[in-house]
Design a protein around this ligand. Structure first.
Ligand SMILES: *[C@@H]1O[C@H](CO)[C@@H](O)[C@H](O)[C@H]1NC(C)=O
Ligand SMILES: *[C@@H]1O[C@H](CO)[C@@H](O)[C@H](O)[C@H]1NC(C)=O
Ligand SMILES: *[C@@H]1O[C@H](CO)[C@@H](O)[C@H](O)[C@H]1NC(C)=O
Ligand SMILES: *[C@@H]1O[C@H](CO)[C@@H](O)[C@H](O)[C@H]1NC(C)=O
Ligand SMILES: *[C@@H]1O[C@H](CO)[C@@H](O)[C@H](O)[C@H]1NC(C)=O
Ligand SMILES: CC(=O)N[C@H]1CO[C@H](CO)[C@@H](O)[C@@H]1O
Length: 602
């Protein structure tokens, strides 16, 4: 495609100057952070064999890790058929940490432990299986999907019966909420059931959410209602298939347990029903897990928890290394920046980025009043009660920095003065890591290969146009992936409703010319290559609020078909699907969606 007339080139050049001034403004934030990032990655490269050889509780009755590896080649249909043979272990955690032995799920202040023993409170039946993730059940838990249809499964996955080897625990943590230290928080309605080490050799922590009171329930009732549980189930699975690090959900069980909720905090209390999600993560430890220990001066325990987490989850950190906590911090600074950049790439706003909702493994956890941005708006706030917009989508990168500062505060007791100074320098690199990642991600979303001088402008102007015209975020990128060069050139946006919105911008033509020129320099790639590449990073379907809401309304009437349909569709977010198209999931949102408020209390 040749668009080089000299007049055009001149006009482009002068607009470019104007744009570059604009870019300076757009990236002013990053400029403030433009320190050289210091990475401690080469402090330690070796793997500590010691920490990898912890014996699992069930080692007598379970295959060794060698056997696990060889068993992996066996017939895939050979999944566990009987839940009575499914075994978890709590030994690693109960041996590593002191456990609060006080009995009973009454609310109390807990000291000098990381967990409290706490039994789930069974829900009033009949129980119903509302949704199940085949991918998790088979691929992580090695269970045959048919077991989820059994009565036993309803009991095990809702907390009325304990899995073999399970010692249910509630985790004690603290955290900064909305900017302020909130003291002891902890699992107020979640129970850790145990660890499952699967045939791939992975270890997963199983947890129930909505399973009743614990010592950390504060004023809560320990329950989760159907709507918030449907949202967590669907979103954690959707995020996984979008390629964003996240906790997973195995199943969703609904009950007849009455639960009172003031959905919009407006005094209008309604009776809803309790539900339980069986969810999994490689670890549920949070920044707040460390903060509570530092704040209470439990420094030995702080060290223990840090050693546990690094031994189990950071194989490149050597346990004998005197710099290990600094390396840990440096890794988290990097990974947190990467995680938030990935949220931004799919327009995801978490909604409650308190330090207790931020994972030490930098995965997305605690799905509450999250939202996927529809019309482009950096001030998009998913939690309608968050009046100050503390956790707006555009604020997430800064909130990540705030949370990492709190993490550093929690680590300070185990760092030397010199290390604390180094950690501060590392933290100053956060902005650069984040911006670099954002740049890469959005370059890929625009289908740009290699690096050219004007790329930052191209991206920044695109954002500026989106800000001005507010087209649908997801579909703008998707349609740009589906449109051909020729259509772009002719500005033929038939059926491309989001691109059509964007094209109303006065700079659109100039931007388009720059863009087409840039693409035309990617010589050895065809237009189809570009489209294929872009379609792999620009989803066609995300869990829009109105989609979740529609499925929830049905689920509340025990019709789970739409939950199932959404779950299936969102498992292939990058693939155009007939059922999804028929349901309008890639169309302009329906009118009723515009009046929708996010259900906040959960
Ligand atoms: C796996 O097992 C099933 C039934 O037991 C059998 O039909 C199938 O042929 C086996 N597949 C392989 C690859 O061994
Ligand atoms: C930062 O994190 C990303 C994402 O996990 C990873 O790919 C990259 O290697 C990390 N970089 C450093 C310097 O640790
Ligand atoms: C939403 O924001 C309000 C105001 O800051 C806060 O009190 C509330 O806890 C938030 N909702 C959730 C579910 O976190
Ligand atoms: C616009 O593109 C569509 C394909 O999306 C094509 O069917 C149509 O003929 C094009 N219209 C014009 C005027 O080129
Ligand atoms: C296309 O270009 C890239 C780098 O620009 C190069 O790595 C690749 O080998 C090229 N492919 C072909 C088929 O020439
Ligand atoms: C969704 C979710 O679990 N959010 C939690 C985030 O953290 C706050 C406390 O800071 C909890 O109240 C929320 O439940």
């Amino acid at each position: 495609m040749k668009i080089h007339s000299s007049i055009r080139a001149n006009r482009l050049r002068s607009t470019l100057v104007m744009w570059i001034i604009y870019i300076d403004l757009v990236f002013a934030l990053s400029a403030a952070w433009s320190f050289t990032p210091v990475y401690a990655e080469d402090f330690c490269q070796s793997t500590d064999s010691h920490c990898r050889s912890h014996d699992d509780a069930a080692s007598n009755s379970r295959p060794s890790s060698h056997m696990v590896k060889s068993r992996w080649n066996m017939n895939v249909s050979n999944l566990i058929q009987d839940l009575d043979q499914f075994r978890v272990s709590c030994k690693k955690l109960t041996e590593a940490f002191p456990i609060d032995q006080v009995d009973g799920n009454f609310v109390r202040t807990v000291k000098n432990c990381v967990f409290s023993k706490s039994f789930p409170t069974p829900l009033r039946g009949p129980l119903r299986l509302a949704a199940v993730s085949k991918d998790v059940i088979e691929g992580i838990l090695d269970l045959d999907l048919t077991v989820t249809q059994s009565e036993d499964f309803l009991h095990y996955a809702s907390g009325s019966r304990m899995l073999l080897g399970s010692v249910p625990l509630a985790h004690r943590y603290g955290g900064h909420q909305f900017g302020y230290w909130a003291g002891q928080l902890g699992d107020g309605r979640a129970h850790f059931l145990g660890q499952y080490s699967n045939r791939k050799g992975e270890i997963w922590d199983l947890q129930l959410k909505g399973s009743g009171k614990t010592p950390y329930s504060r004023s809560g009732d320990g329950r989760a209602v159907i709507r918030s549980s449907v949202r967590e189930f669907l979103c954690s699975e959707a995020m996984h298939f979008l390629g964003v690090p996240t906790s997973r959900a195995a199943s969703l069980i609904v009950s007849e347990e009455p639960v009172l909720r003031d959905q919009f905090y407006n005094g209008n209390v309604k009776k809803e029903r309790g539900a339980v999600v069986l969810r999994l993560a490689k670890s549920w430890f949070r920044i707040g897990s460390l903060e509570i220990l530092a704040q209470s001066g439990e420094i030995d325990l702080l060290r223990k928890l840090l050693d546990f987490v690094t031994n189990e989850h950071f194989p490149s950190i050597h346990s004998g290394d005197s710099e290990k906590y600094l390396v840990f911090f440096s890794t988290l600074v990097n990974e947190t920046a990467h995680l938030i950049a990935q949220w931004m790439s799919v327009g995801f706003a978490h909604g409650v980025c308190n330090t207790d909702n931020f994972s030490l493994l930098s995965i997305t956890i605690d799905y509450g009043p999250f939202g996927f941005m529809e019309s482009y708006n950096p001030n998009f706030i998913p939690n309608t009660s968050d009046d100050e917009g503390r956790y707006s989508i555009g604020a997430q990168a800064n909130v990540g920095l705030f949370n990492l500062e709190k993490l550093l505060g929690a680590l300070s007791p185990v760092l030397t003065q010199k290390q604390q100074k180094e950690a501060k320098t590392i933290l100053k690199g956060y902005g650069t890591v984040y911006q670099t990642r954002i740049h890469q991600i959005f370059k890929a979303k625009l289908g740009l290969l290699g690096e050219e001088e004007g790329d930052s402008s191209l991206i920044a102007i695109f954002f500026k146009m989106m800000e001005d015209t507010q087209p649908d975020f997801t579909m703008t990128f998707r349609q740009l992936s589906e449109v051909s060069d020729l259509q772009l050139h002719n500005r033929n946006f038939t059926e491309m409703w989001a691109l059509d919105d964007l094209s109303l911008h006065s700079h659109f033509s100039d931007w388009l010319n720059m863009y087409l020129l840039r693409l035309s320099r990617q010589k050895n790639y065809t237009d189809l290559d570009r489209q294929a590449r872009m379609k792999q990073v620009n989803p066609r379907y995300v869990l829009r609020n109105w989609m979740a809401e529609s499925a929830i309304r049905k689920a509340e009437m025990n019709d789970f078909t739409e939950v199932e349909m959404l779950h299936r569709i969102l498992s292939f977010p990058f693939v155009t699907q007939e059922t999804a198209e028929e349901a309008g999931y890639a169309a302009r949102p329906p009118l009723w969606a515009q009046r929708l408020k996010v259900s906040c209390s959960s």
